[in-house]
Design a protein around this ligand. Structure first.
Ligand code: ZN
Ligand code: ZN
Ligand code: FE
Length: 758
């Protein structure tokens, strides 16, 4: 007889781990107990040596699907002669530090029941168990217990209660447990928002979708606008009603076979699609697809996800190849998630509403990911991933980091873990700021901590910066934008040592008050220096240049050629008086802030090639340029590198002249676009090599929104690795500003800690 004690840490509470251990112990014939404690799970098991070995191995290998084990420690202890195995009551302090699990897709067992006519939950859209279902979106407070979720509205019926209390049931302590007798229900409202109680809501929704209607569907973290993706008129009408929206629509299909009818799926993409997180995955479009071309105009990719709620399965069981499932928001506003608000704001867009009465406490958009160099990279980290923690290289005092402006996301640290919030949105209006405030309060609630340090961007005018000033009695630490990007990438990769940061993005406030965005930094969480940057270009009209890439193209041309502009097709598309005015602005330096932004260089090139003269969202021109390049092309445009003081300045003039010459020579746009991407990768290798020669550093971190570009990221990674660099990229934290708060939190944590020691 032996007795062992096992401590398991990670996401192991609220995911069905205790009943799993209980059942396993009975199966193996071992005695002892299991309980939740403040670090995770504590187990003691006693039995024959062989039975214990089987028990221990199975604990690791068969853990419940939603569990994430971060540490597993076993030690021997003195046998007590216990033969029964029990689930013990949790220790008090455990309940406070228990991590809340992310929302998870409906599991195979529940799916089987969903489509089993003999099951009491046959076609019940809210079926779930401890292995699946809503979590983060319905939690209102800790401990994670039914009264602290929006399921408090639904007292369990005796049948559900019995399952909930039975350690042998898959629904033992499944907080959202429900059935048609006691749980949430669907409802149907017409275009005017009138409730129709006589009808079968699901049948009505399917009927309307088949006839090409637009249905607003209440989901897990918000509302989707849904149409049949194969119905061209329906998709066109949705685009028309969503007016200014040019972004590609996300798709949902029942299974991989359906997806294969319109997109190519690699093994890595398949794993990502089928993961418990169920993100939207960018997949290469098939040329022979039968879906509407308006789903993703000017795009070689479709954003596709598999169903993640029982309701999705019910909608998709009826023969649609794919449904458009686009976030129900109006341009830059946050995703709609409250019923009254949905009816008000979607009026005029939706033909009808498929609703339910389970409240969404925290709105959470779909996450977006793509495979780059064989690894998943998140573009938007939200539903399914939040609030899972990121492990930090060091333990630090709690910091609340507020992010920047675009794609805002905040972060709260606890010990050696960082908890990033869901995607909050572009912080340009009060609506989104309210979302930020709510998220900050919610994160502090569910982690039960009040940070004494608040980190924010260096930009004085960001709403997030101004919000930081409202916290009473905290220490505020401003963090330079690109420094935060660098440290975000280091932290996500568990690194703490100095590195070369290649930080390319749209815009960020520099230490000198200028607009940076094409930066080579050298540093770590303690500090940084700017080793090299793209040459300054005038950004005529400031923000207007972001919306109108043609302005950057003219600026780049004047930079390369002076006043005698070459004759290019795109110039003929510009109103002559606008062009004259712009040239005067540049000549006199009126309203022309300087920028070293790589995002704006992409804009300049895209406009110069005639791809995009105007955009409706940041990064659109670069995205469309990436879509059309000829991937077989190996030509390269050069940059001039010249020292200026301690820094290296990277001048794009040769690149601009190369583009103009090749355009005049009649080369195709895809070839020119490829040469631009290739040129950037070669330039990055040259600059990193020069920094390595001077500093001895060979660790490189790639971060910033530009590294959402797969072609550039893969080429850069390959060239740097060939040259002997160790290259760090983002994966679970977005390279764009959605990952910024992580870097801010680590930098501020280091500064705050440093002062305490001194
Ligand atoms: Zn389940
Ligand atoms: Zn029930
Ligand atoms: Fe940025």
């Amino acid at each position: 007889m032996r007795r062992i004690h096992i401590d398991i840490e990670g996401i192991v509470q609220g995911v069905g781990f205790r009943p799993f251990v209980h059942q396993l112990a009975r199966r193996c014939g071992v005695g002892g107990w299991v309980l939740n404690d403040s670090r995770g799970l504590s187990i003691e098991a006693e039995g024959e040596g062989e039975a214990l070995a089987v028990f221990e191995a199975a604990l690791r290998e068969e853990a419940p699907p939603l569990a994430v084990i971060s540490s597993f420690a076993v030690r021997d202890c003195a046998p007590l002669g216990e033969t029964r195995f029990v689930i013990r009551a949790s220790a008090e302090d455990s309940i406070k530090k228990a991590q809340i699990a992310p929302d998870a897709f409906v599991c195979e067992d529940c799916l089987r029941e969903l489509f089993d006519p003999n099951d009491r939950r046959f076609r019940y859209p809210f079926i779930n168990c401890t292995n699946c279902g809503p979590r983060y979106t319905i939690v209102t407070a800790i401990p994670y217990d039914r009264p602290h979720t929006t399921m408090v509205d639904f007292p369990m019926c005796p049948d559900c209660r019995r399952e909930y209390e039975d350690p042998w049931s898959r629904r033992f302590h499944a907080q959202p447990n429900a059935c048609p007798a006691c749980g949430p229900r669907l409802s149907w409202r017409d275009r005017e928002g009138r409730l129709d109680e006589a009808t079968d809501p699901l049948a009505r929704a399917l009927d309307l979708l088949r006839r090409g209607g637009i249905v607003a569907v209440k989901g897990l973290g918000g509302y989707h606008l849904v149409v049949d993706a194969a119905n061209d008129a329906a998709v066109a009408e949705l685009r028309r009603r969503k007016a200014r929206d040019e972004k590609p629509f996300a798709l949902m299909s029942r299974d991989l076979d359906q997806v294969r009818r319109y997109a190519w799926i690699s093994d890595e993409e398949q794993r990502l699609l089928q993961g418990v997180e169920r993100p939207i995955v960018l997949l290469r479009r098939r040329e022979d697809h039968q879906l509407s071309a308006l789903v993703a105009p000017r795009n070689r990719f479709f954003g596709v996800m598999l169903p993640y709620t029982p309701l999705h399965h019910l909608l998709l069981a009826e023969g649609f190849t794919a449904l458009v499932m686009t976030s129900a928001n109006i341009s830059d506003e946050p995703i709609v998630f409250e019923d009254g608000e949905a009816l008000r704001r979607l009026s005029g867009i939706a033909d009808a509403y498929l609703l339910h009465d389970r409240r969404i406490h925290t709105r959470t958009d779909d996450s977006i990911a793509r495979i780059m160099a064989g690894r998943p990279v998140l573009m938007r980290r939200s539903r399914g991933y939040v609030p899972r923690g990121v492990f930090l290289p060091q333990t630090q005092e709690p910091v609340l980091a507020l992010g920047a402006e675009l794609k805002n996301c905040i972060c709260l640290t606890q010990d050696n873990r960082a908890f990033l919030s869901q995607h909050i949105g572009d912080l340009k209006n009060l609506e989104v700021l309210k979302g930020l405030e709510k998220s900050a309060a919610h994160l502090q609630d569910i982690l039960a901590l009040q940070p004494k340090v608040v980190a924010h961007d260096l930009h004085p005018d960001y709403l997030s910066t101004r919000y930081a000033e409202e916290f009473p009695g905290v220490r505020r630490i401003a963090v330079q934008h690109h420094h935060a990007h660098l440290v975000s990438c280091l932290a996500e990769n568990g690194r703490d040592e100095p590195a070369i940061g290649v930080i390319f993005d749209g815009i960020g406030y520099g230490s000198d008050g200028r607009i940076w965005g094409g930066e080579f930094l050298v540093g770590d969480a303690q500090g940084f220096r700017r080793a090299a940057h793209l040459a300054w270009l005038a950004m005529p009209g400031g923000d207007a240049a972001t919306r109108e890439p043609w302005r950057m193209a003219v600026s780049a041309l004047i930079h390369a050629y002076g006043e005698d502009l070459p004759d290019l097709p795109f110039l003929r598309e510009i109103n002559p008086s606008d062009l004259r005015l712009l040239r005067q602005m540049i000549a006199r330096g009126i309203n022309c802030p300087l920028t070293s932004s790589c995002g704006r260089l992409f804009d300049a090139v895209a406009a110069l090639l005639g791809v995009r003269l105007h955009v409706s969202y940041e990064g659109q021109a670069a995205l469309e340029l990436e879509q059309l390049i000829d991937e077989a092309e190996e030509g390269v445009y050069g940059f001039d590198l010249r020292p200026e003081g301690e820094q290296l300045v990277i001048d794009p003039a040769p690149l601009v002249r190369g583009l103009v010459n090749d355009l005049a020579g009649g080369l195709s746009i895809p070839v020119l676009g490829a040469r631009f991407h290739n040129g950037l990768a070669v330039m990055i290798r040259a600059v990193c090599t020069s920094i390595r020669d001077a500093s001895g550093l060979s660790l490189v971190a790639l971060s910033g929104g530009v590294f959402q570009n797969r072609c550039l990221t893969e080429k850069t990674q390959a060239l740097l690795s060939e040259a002997g660099f160790i290259v760090l990229c983002h994966s679970l934290v977005p390279p764009n500003d959605g990952g910024l708060a992580l870097g801010q939190a680590v930098i501020a944590g280091r500064q705050a800690g440093g002062l305490e020691e001194g």
